[in-house]
Design a protein around this ligand. Structure first.
Ligand code: WQD
Length: 330
């Protein structure tokens, strides 16, 4: 990172909402490593207390009725000048069953946060968005200007969150960067493993540790090997993208507010499982079951914008993602 960018980070105090989560804890630790001050707001409903040990942490549900005042007091007490907002509900299936709760939590929480930021004159926000905003696009790589058609309430709340932040920008000058995460995995530090068994790599590891073979949801997709293709990005690279976004918010000339965060390279489920065989040394069987509803055959990022505008590139590949994820739970 350029010396001037590092200098900017060193002078910052950043509120990280969701900082006890898998991704949020990586963002918080990298900010501290680069010299920023950090305060975390997390209700610990899914976050892990050990991830915020010895850090400034306030237990807070951003969607609570009194959250605005609590956030304002955090901002004043710590002289917060920027916010990275990751706190949200993110289970796709749960969002289908509980759409009202997802909108209250994800959009209500963001609305409270923005109200508090406006009241305290804090106008820099990095918003954790998602590739789920794209839905099931029929393209080799998603670009940020594509029409977004999310296919579940979780993805809808991420897109609506982007719209809300943009409206705040027009209304009172909020500076926002929306980061659309593709498939995040790996561990930047061994104590920050993804412990939520909710995505392919941790699910596969959990199956192996239980003496079972991982299950592939569908082997008959119109892809090279018949299994779904995704863009897997290392969580440490993703955390670094948040710091690049903070630096970008300091620029007065900013052409865009939304950036994909991925590698630009796709990996199939079969390829991920081959990597898991190599890393674990467990030669498990290939078990293919019917397709899972709502899975697009391929979802990969066009990363040209974040590469050129923020100067950010993913540094770690699939092998490093799988190796670091396995090391963190072994
Ligand atoms: C990846 C691929 C599965 C488990 C979700 C969210 C997205 C983002 C990342 C937050 C798919 C296949 C999985 C298994 C399998 N989250 N799979 N066997 O669905 O691409 O994206 O998490 O922003 O918003 O939608 O991730 O890890 O669930 O699945 O075959 O046991 O692995 O079918 O093709 P997904 P995933």
């Amino acid at each position: 990172m350029l010396a001037c960018a590092l200098a900017i980070l060193r002078g910052m105090t950043v509120l990280v909402t969701g900082g006890a989560g898998y991704i949020g804890s990586h963002v918080a630790r990298l900010l501290l490593e680069r010299g920023s001050k950090v305060v975390i707001a997390d209700d610990l409903s899914t976050g892990i207390p050990s991830r915020v040990e010895n850090l400034e942490h306030v237990a807070l549900d951003l969607a609570a009725h009194d959250a605005v005042e609590t956030i304002r007091s955090i901002i004043r007490a710590h002289s917060v000048d920027s916010v990275i907002h990751l706190a949200a509900r993110k289970k796709v299936g749960e969002s289908v069953d509980l759409p009202e709760w997802y909108y209250k939590q994800n959009i209500g929480g963001l609305a409270n946060l923005l109200e508090a930021m406006k009241a305290e004159n804090v106008n820099r926000l990095v918003f954790s968005s998602s590739a789920a905003t794209y839905g099931m696009p029929d393209v080799a790589a998603c670009s940020e200007d594509m029409i977004c058609q999310p296919i579940n309430p979780y993805g809808e709340t991420k897109l609506v969150g982007e719209w809300l932040a943009r409206a705040a920008g027009r209304a009172w000058g909020l500076r926002v960067v929306n980061l659309r995460y593709f498939n995040v995995a790996g561990a930047g530090w061994d104590d920050l493993a993804d412990t939520a068994v909710a995505n392919l790599i941790p699910i596969a590891f959990a199956a192996l540790k239980a003496g079972k073979a991982p299950i592939v949801f569908g082997g008959d997709y119109p892809t090279a090997d018949g299994s779904c293709v995704r863009d897997y990005v290392h969580v440490h690279d993703l955390a670094d993208a948040h710091l690049s976004a903070l630096e970008y918010l300091g620029r007065d000339e900013r052409k865009f507010d939304t950036f994909n965060v991925g590698t630009g390279q796709g990996s199939s489920v079969f390829e991920v499982l081959d990597e898991i065989r190599r890393v674990t040394g467990i030669n498990f069987d290939k078990v293919v079951e019917p397709r899972r509803a709502g899975d697009p055959p391929s979802l990969c990022a066009d990363v040209s914008r974040i590469n050129s505008e923020l100067g950010w590139h993913a540094k770690k590949n699939l092998a490093e993602i799988v190796e670091s994820a396995w090391a963190a739970i072994s």
